[in-house]
Design a protein around this ligand. Structure first.
Ligand SMILES: [Zn+2]
Length: 256
């Protein structure tokens, strides 16, 4: 899909399913409920195709009981179908960077048969431990190659895709800085659910580690002040303004 005129690192966004949860789950103390997207990014680098998160699994399509009551996963919304719609073969994805392994972030891993999963070591260990019901091993313990990292990792060694630790939501949460032709993107995921999380340093009502969570928000705040475009993990209002399945121009997004 990369044309001869397109150079450098290209970034694409998708939503792969939605989930409805109490608003306090994202912003402590807030009333009501929020229907939020599960977000996925395709990073097209000259040396390889990379996904950041993979959304919900298609096992939720048509599910009416249990999690099916809060997960909205239509037919055709999975990452495999969304990639095919822009002429990307899911078999050509080289890497999956999972921000963490919760069901709304790792559900499509099984559809990327040739990808190596990149995850922080504490996240992999915690996900496998069975201590938290927001994980399901059927999503990620699939025999795919797993590259465990600890802290910062420059994926191709050229500074364009830099993974960094943003622990707190989970033990091994990570985010990514992506340098595109139109600026730097920070793919936050659940270390920063909403724009308000950052504007107000507003934590969710649940964290694996509150101090780490606050530290991760501070890291993001520094990056935003330095001019990066932060992609808030679950902000429905922000995501309603992000063009999907097309090359993103960071200058056309709502101002930080
Ligand atoms: Zn999560």
């Amino acid at each position: 899909m990369r044309t001869s005129e397109q150079q450098g690192v290209l970034l694409y966004a998708f939503t792969c399913g939605h989930i409805t949860l109490p608003m306090s789950f994202f912003l402590d103390g807030e009333p009501g409920k929020a229907r939020v997207p599960a977000c996925v990014f395709l990073i097209d680098h000259p040396k390889g195709l990379v996904l950041f998160d993979t959304g919900f699994s298609d096992r939720f399509v048509g599910m009416e009981k249990g999690l099916g009551k809060i997960v909205d996963m239509p037919d055709g919304a999975n990452i495999s179908d969304r990639l095919k719609a822009i002429d990307v073969d899911p078999g050509q994805i080289d890497y999956i960077i999972n921000s963490h392994l919760h069901i709304d972030h790792a559900g499509g891993n099984h559809m990327l048969p040739n990808a190596t999963i990149i995850v922080q070591t504490p996240e992999w260990d915690f996900g496998l431990s069975g201590e938290d019901s927001a994980y399901d091993k059927v999503d990620f313990d699939l025999g795919q190659p797993v590259k465990r990292i600890d802290g910062e990792h420059d994926l191709f060694g050229d500074g364009t895709i830099v993974i960094f630790s943003t622990a707190g939501h989970t033990p091994g949460h990570q985010s990514v800085r992506v340098r595109t032709a139109t600026g730097e993107a920070v793919l936050a995921a659940d270390c920063c659910n909403m724009r308000r999380s950052l504007d107000e340093m507003h934590l969710p009502d649940h964290c694996y580690n509150v101090d780490q969570y606050r530290g991760s928000l501070e890291t993001l705040s520094r990056l935003r002040r330095a001019g990066a475009q932060v992609f808030y993990g679950h902000d429905p209002e922000f995501w309603s303004q992000v063009p999907q399945a097309q090359e993103l121009d960071l200058n056309t997004l709502p101002p930080a």
